[in-house]
Design a protein around this ligand. Structure first.
Ligand SMILES: CC1=C(CCC(=O)O)c2cc3nc(cc4[nH]c(cc5[nH]c(cc1n2)c(C)c5CCC(=O)O)c(CCC(=O)O)c4C)C(CCC(=O)O)=C3C
Ligand SMILES: [Fe+2]
Length: 338
């Protein structure tokens, strides 16, 4: 696990103790990240879907898979595609939101892999942030309904919805998105997370016939304590909610696409334990994974990009362009860039 963790955090300011601690989370689950199998499952579901879509020859495309931090590495996948004669690629990141970590870094790593291969590397167009696509929203509405139904009946109408996303440094959050667009003082990442929480809550209310209060929380913080990251942490917030008399929560990990380690450990083990200790009933909505609405969305995004249709989305923060301008989703202020 350690080489993988070193890959993820190379060049970042992450304490060694944090790596050792996160390594333990993986050992608890057999010393293997669940994310590779989740990628294989998504690809299998996409193949089935793309093959069934006989009316849409555009989608009868071969599918490849590359990781940023582990095998199969993007570098190897780029080489394999080039050898297979692939000239144009449309890439989907398993990450739906704007920010350096959730979007720009994918672009950079794809670029690096292409440069490493050389001028014969295929062209690769990364699909824009798709956080408010109806397929992403509706898969969360569906899994949140299921999670709500897992609460004891008498608690369901009193539950609080906690929408949980990966915390990132506050500076990174403020620099997220397109600098020419006003997302409010917190930046695109938080604005997009807020919109998804609102949309899922509204559609859930329409389906259930009653509305639940909701809020944003963050999880999986790393980095030194001296650096401000997005808050509140889900565990801290659970303590406050218990003090306020809240008895049930449904956690919706809307910042993620599949139930990987940040979800399985930080929510299903850690936050669940916090809730248990506080006497709060907690259930957790599944991430999209291979949900049919999410799988269908991938087909729609590929078709959208191939045709050059305007980006589809349900919120006022829907991406306006397919290719982000070079100064969007920076990591640091320009003068501090490394
Ligand atoms: C925004 C965001 C997403 C969601 C968007 C997306 O999915 O892209 C995400 C997903 C993921 N993060 C993952 C794993 C890790 N992330 C780390 C560290 C970090 N993540 C960050 C941000 C994000 N991360 C940041 C700002 C850091 C600090 C270091 C840095 O500035 O880059 C570390 C180092 C140890 C630690 O500090 O926790 C690990 C091991 C896995 C794989 C899980 C599995 O194996 O199942 C997944 C899907
Ligand atoms: Fe991460």
């Amino acid at each position: 696990m350690i080489p993988f963790l070193e890959n993820v955090t190379r060049g970042r300011n992450i304490p060694r103790e944090r790596l050792a601690e996160v390594g333990e989370h993986y050992y608890l689950f057999g010393g293997v990240s669940p994310i590779n199998q989740q990628c294989r499952d998504l690809i299998a579901a996409l193949r089935t879907r793309f093959e069934a879509e006989s009316a849409e020859p555009l989608l009868r495309l071969p599918i490849y898979w590359g990781n940023r931090n582990w095998q199969p590495y993007i570098e190897d996948t780029v080489a394999r595609m080039a050898k297979d004669g692939v000239r144009r690629v449309i890439a989907l990141a398993t990450s739906a939101f704007s920010s350096y970590s959730s979007h720009r870094q994918y672009l950079e790593d794809i670029d690096r892999a292409r440069r490493a291969y050389g001028p014969e590397a295929p062209e690769i167009d990364l699909i824009r942030p798709y956080f408010d696509h109806p397929g992403f929203i509706d898969s969360f509405v569906d899994t949140t309904r299921t999670a709500l139904a897992e609460l004891p009946p008498d608690l369901r109408t009193q539950a609080r919805l906690l929408y949980s996303a990966h915390s990132i440094p506050v500076t990174m959050a403020q620099l997220s998105g397109d600098p020419a667009i006003d997302y409010g003082s917190e930046g695109a990442y938080v604005a997009q997370l807020s919109e998804v929480a609102r949309l899922v809550t509204e559609r859930l209310a329409a389906a259930q016939g009653y509305e639940l209060p909701y809020e944003l929380v963050y999880q999986s913080r790393s980095g030194p304590p001296s650096q401000p990251w997005l808050e509140p942490d889900i565990n801290d917030r659970l303590r406050e909610l218990a003090a306020e008399g809240v008895t049930a929560v449904v956690v919706v990990p809307h910042g993620f696409v599949s139930d990987h380690m940040e979800v399985k450990f930080d929510l299903d083990v850690e936050a669940s334990q916090t809730a248990r200790d506080l006497g709060i009933a907690m259930t957790r909505a599944r991430c999209p994974g291979t949900h049919p609405a999410f799988v269908a969305m991938v087909g729609e995004l590929v078709a959208e990009r191939t045709r050059g249709d305007p980006p589809a989305g349900l919120s006022r923060h829907t991406s306006r362009v397919h290719v982000c301008p070079p100064d969007c989703c920076r990591k640091n202020q320009p003068q501090a860039a490394t």
